[in-house]
Design a protein. Structure first.
Length: 191
């Protein structure tokens, strides 16, 4: 199994996005898709599973991509080491051509991951910096205008904690998914 080296340094409580690339045997595509669907369904029943996307092969490639997320590396590792997953791996061996490729992402690059061919390569860092800066700038303004009046009487440290929690939560769950889609073409444009 081809796993990238970044996964070994990921903290147990860090949310992770896993991208698995697999190829079906040409004469077993229907069986392969059945195994892939069953594996995904069973993974969803595990603690911390946040959802999955399946990307079928494109005109330019023959790989299936399964992109799924866990709320922590710990919960992903529980799935990875489970008996249920091992049983599915045995079934994959019958319908899969070659070995799977596995990539585990955490941190800022997951903000810019939109399932698809280009999403497997994060955008250039300067582009991520620009999008993150614009987003944080706008959210900071909104925080200042709309949140500060309600928390101005609180201790300085508590105010900063509330504002930073609000900022990070909005960035992760609302703003960055929207910004990634809005600026997808620019972020992933060919050089």
């Amino acid at each position: 199994m081809g796993q990238n080296d970044k996964s070994s340094g990921i903290d147990c409580d860090t949310p992770v996005t896993i991208i698995v690339k697999r190829r079906a045997k040409p004469d077993r595509i229907e069986d392969f898709e059945e195994v892939m669907s069953g594996t995904t369904k069973d993974a969803m029943s595990f603690k911390g599973h946040l959802g999955a996307n399946i990307i079928r092969p494109t005109k330019t490639g023959d790989y299936y991509r399964i992109v799924f997320k866990f709320d922590s590396m710990r919960n992903y590792l529980a799935w990875e080491g489970s008996e249920v997953r091992q049983q599915w791996l045995e079934r994959y061996a019958e319908v899969e051509q070659g070995e799977q490729e596995l990539e585990i992402l955490s941190g800022l690059e997951t903000w810019f991951t939109i399932p698809g061919e280009e999403a497997l390569v994060p955008p250039p860092k300067y582009k991520m910096l620009i999008i993150v800066w614009i987003s944080i700038f706008l959210l900071s303004l909104l925080n200042y205008l709309y949140l500060t009046p309600f928390i101005s009487e609180l201790h300085f440290v508590v105010r900063i904690a509330i504002m930073s929690l609000t900022l990070v939560t909005l960035m992760t769950y609302i703003v960055m998914p929207i910004m990634s889609k809005l600026f997808h073409r620019w972020l992933h444009c060919n050089k």
